[in-house]
Design a protein around this ligand. Structure first.
Ligand SMILES: [Zn+2]
Length: 240
């Protein structure tokens, strides 16, 4: 039933917690959190109570509101990982608002986002690039690596990806993985097949690949290595 920790451990650098209200965490440089609405909580609360954070991992159980924009900054944050796989997301969840984390983190070097590999039905038809939303851009000079696992065709996800590509001058590699995080792959063992997927998932993957081709590839600078991971063509030959 514990609801709050009053931390007196001055040399504590790293913490894992779930569903707690936290007090002053100024000395922490690494937090691994797992709780309801973790993305929203982290964006609003952590910059002020954990301003020396360098590594932040958020594993959310549900997200009912979008990541808020806020003036507070993660001045020292270098590594950000957000797990939303298997999470109950609001039907209107907007991935584009995750750019709020990017803009609040001038020292950010790596960002990974893990998503559920489910059909993303937000009803947009692919049109011209001017249909995509934009926002004022902070120019990032430290951001090197960006990865999305479970990449899908949602418009807000394409917008987030384009935003990162256009706002960073130091990017080295981008990985857009259309498969599920942790799904078994035959390349790991010659005797077995890849994790089976539904027809709906294959259709979603095809839409995601089309979105990458239509909107994202042309925004990838020549100096950036883009890796697109597709389902194995050996095991899913009949569906692809
Ligand atoms: Zn395979």
């Amino acid at each position: 039933m514990m609801k709050e920790i009053d931390n007196k451990a001055q040399n504590l650098h790293s913490i894992y917690f779930a569903s707690l209200q936290l007090g002053d965490l100024l000395q922490l440089n690494k937090i691994d959190m797992w709780c309801n609405d973790g993305v929203c909580y982290a964006r609003v609360e952590l910059p002020s109570i954990a301003s020396n954070l360098v590594t932040l991992t958020i594993s959310s159980l549900r997200e009912m509101v979008n990541a808020p924009t806020a003036p507070s900054k993660f001045i020292h944050l270098k590594h950000l990982c957000i797990h939303l796989g298997g999470v109950k997301l609001s039907p209107a969840y907007d991935y584009f608002f995750l750019a709020s984390f990017i803009d609040a983190s001038p020292s950010l070097e790596t960002f990974s986002l893990n998503l559920p590999q489910e059909p993303m039905e937000d009803g947009w038809g692919f049109g011209c690039s001017s249909d995509l939303r934009q926002m004022p851009q902070y120019r990032h000079h430290n951001f090197q690596s960006f990865e999305i696992t479970g990449f899908g065709s949602a418009k807000s996800l394409v917008e987030l990806t384009c935003y990162i590509l256009e706002s960073t001058t130091s990017l080295q590699c981008v990985t857009l993985d259309t498969t599920l995080l942790g799904a078994f792959k035959c390349s790991e063992s010659k005797s077995k097949k890849c994790f089976s997927v539904t027809r709906g998932t294959i259709i979603e993957v095809q839409k995601a690949l089309l979105a990458i081709k239509t909107y994202i590839k042309k925004k990838v600078p020549a100096t950036v290595q883009l890796t697109v991971v597709e389902p194995c063509r050996l095991c899913h030959a009949s569906e692809l």
